[in-house]
Design a protein around this ligand. Sequence first.
Ligand code: MG
Length: 367
Amino acid sequence: MILKPYAADPSYSIGRQYNETKSKFRNDFQRDRDRIIHSSAFRRLEYKTQVFVNHEGDMFRTRLTHSLEVSQISRGIARTLNCHEDLAEAIALAHDLGHTPFGHAGQDSLNACMKSFDGFEHNLQSLRVVDFLEQRYADFDGLNLTFETREGILKHCSLKNARNLGQVGERFIKKQQPSLEAQLVNHADEIAYNNHDIDDGYRSGVLEYNALMDVSLFKECAELVKKDYPKIDEARRIHETIRRIMYKSISDICETSETNLNESNPKTIDEIRTLPKLINFSEEMSQKQLELKKFLRCFLYEHERVVEMTDNAKEIVKDLFDYFLSNPSKMSESFQSKSTKDEARAVADYLAGMTDRYAIKTHKEIS
Ligand code: MG
């Protein structure tokens, strides 16, 4: 790994909350990644919905396969820009650990339930998972990750919450940026879901090829495929098109960001934090990504089949929340707590940690 001076460097890490002896064989970011992979929250991603509810079919993305795709894209971009691949990988694998069951519907529903208890933010929840909720180590709660990984996990945060988070929340108050590794994972996340949602949407029958041709990025790539392979079937044509969209998007981000880095010529990661965001799509590609996102929102995420599925999920989350708030002793022991305010948070932690199928099973039991 050849690192530029502005890349994150584990030897100069701001460090972990609890001091630990350094590993002889792994750098601190590798260690973070390994802890994330061995966490129970990570394994549970396998049974959490990305867009299609987990039991709809075995061929759709789950939060786990989504996270793996984000990590693959992140590593590629990090390597091209000579940033720290291990850090990018750790952030990518952890970025969705705080997601509720049933995708965004689950999160919206839990947020609504938590309205009078400071709300629920999935990003903040991912940080709670790695800071407190994982209970595996003798010396501390959580995974005791480095500051840099935690900084990357906390993608958004309300100002109110930022004030309670100490150093990791400061950048939201000072309006600063995180490391380049964190910035690039955000974009890798976007590239991953835009593309795999086309794929899942098409295979589910919700999105049609002809409708996708209204999206300029899709159309220009599909036309290249048609020219090179006029006779292949539609499913292969879609896949070849997605490949090209990913290639174009990733190339664009690498080239644009490289130009930005050359222009502002930052010398350290601390400078990166004070400069405007340097990992970006070109203006033209940003517009195209936005168009694709809007298309997916209208024709996939808000499609009646998806909405019907998610409406049902919202009910489940609400019922479970009401039930456990009135019956906290029915939760797993580690989630039970004392004060009223913390009780709601404990219920949110408990619910957010559930897989789709566990939530459905529990819902059946209480109804
Ligand atoms: Mg994601």
